[in-house]
Design a protein around this ligand. Sequence first.
Ligand code: ADP
Ligand code: MG
Length: 199
Amino acid sequence: MGIKLDYTGAQTPLDEIEIYGLKIKTIATVGELNEHEQNNIEEVFQWALNRKIPVDTLLTREWIFNMHYRMFNKVWDWAGEKRTSNKNIGVDKYAIDPAIIYLLDDIKYWIDNRTFDAVEIAIRFKHRLVTIHCFPNGNGRHARLCADILIKQLTGRDSFTWGSHYSMYQESELRSAYIAALKKADTGDYKPLIEFAGS
Ligand SMILES: Nc1ncnc2c1ncn2[C@@H]1O[C@H](COP(=O)(O)OP(=O)(O)O)[C@@H](O)[C@H]1O
Ligand SMILES: [Mg+2]
């Protein structure tokens, strides 16, 4: 048998790390996992964007962690739980809580003082959140949804489109453009990420 090239990754079997904490034992491939995660996230997306959530509630550690729990709790038993190991991305595991306090203080200050417009505040929130990397996985999707909810609550406008492809699991030009925009944001230039979020 020859090697099957699989450009979508959908047939790729889950590796040991991916299986850890998986609640649905019938999931065997990356494609099936993505689908289950996406269904779980979709429900939360509908739930969260159709209600009024006070910004003071939204900008708490409790609410932020609870959102991750809601987004992934049907699939992972570690949903909503803080990362306990260090990764090549994200702050030291012991620095997660202080970084969240610092971030939430900044966001509230920016809102109160109109330091940036609402779109830039939401995008900075997203970027800082994913840079902290609170969870073992799902940080990108979680941070984007949190930014979507924040912008909705601040302005009433629709959520961001994020390149019009919400999940971005696979390597693609879209993902490369997204990562390039994140790297610009790492240097303090938020323009490309703001543009990407609205595209
Ligand atoms: N250089 C970078 N700077 C900031 N964020 C990055 C960088 N590289 C990757 N990321 C973020 O990390 C996310 C991947 O983390 P992960 O926890 O696997 O999230 P998800 O499972 O939702 O994709 C990406 O979606 C992106 O938002
Ligand atoms: Mg991931």
